[in-house]
Design a protein around this ligand. Structure first.
Ligand SMILES: [Zn+2]
Ligand SMILES: [Zn+2]
Length: 190
């Protein structure tokens, strides 16, 4: 099993996800409104969103994500008070990924934080499907190779249950011992 290398656009923040395979996580596209708003907040919509407003994510176990360099450049925002913790870098505004809380062993890595584009196909396998398709823009049609939205969601839930059982929420580079985010999230309520 290989590690998936992570890096922000300028190279200050680096890390990896250990032991990835196409089965170790979930490679998918999210069209939800918040995933569309997040790169817009960062001024990164052009590099993050596809032509239909989708964000490619690899959903991995939280404790498998390691930051080896530049973690002091990590920043966090929440689009609402209870929204996901959305991580980015303040060196170059790279969208990093999303977490739910310290207790949920889940990290949705935004493709912009994956160092090598080739790794996405070679290590993570094909995209399994898309979620929140109702928010996709401009005549989106789900490719035939994608599983249904329900199957993708069930797969995420199944993964979460296993990760929870295995205690994969800790250690986490994003939350401290008390479950607090390592940096105070900036809450952007519109
Ligand atoms: Zn950077
Ligand atoms: Zn989303």
């Amino acid at each position: 099993m290989a590690n998936l290398n992570l890096q922000c656009n300028c190279g200050n923040v680096q890390g990896f996800v250990k032991n990835v395979t196409p089965k170790s996580g979930n490679r998918c596209i999210c069209f939800c409104k918040d995933c569309q708003a997040f790169p817009n907040e960062l001024g990164q919509a052009d590099s993050v969103l596809d032509e239909h407003g989708g964000t490619e994510l690899f959903q991995a176990a939280l404790s498998h994500v390691n930051i080896t360099q530049g973690s002091d450049n990590l920043r966090c925002l929440r689009l609402t008070k209870k929204g996901l913790y959305r991580w980015y870098t303040d060196c170059c505004n790279t969208a990093v990924g999303n977490t739910v809380s310290a207790k949920i062993p889940f990290f949705g890595i935004v493709h912009s934080f994956i160092k090598d584009e080739m790794d996405r196909t070679e290590l993570l396998g094909p995209i399994r499907g898309a979620v929140f398709i109702k928010h996709a823009k401009d005549g989106y049609e789900k490719p035939d190779t994608y599983a249904s939205e329900l199957v993708v969601n069930l797969r995420v839930i199944a993964k979460l249950l296993v990760w929870k059982m295995k205690g994969f929420s800790k250690p986490s580079v994003f939350f401290d011992e008390n479950g607090r985010a390592i940096v105070k999230p900036n809450i952007i309520e519109k």
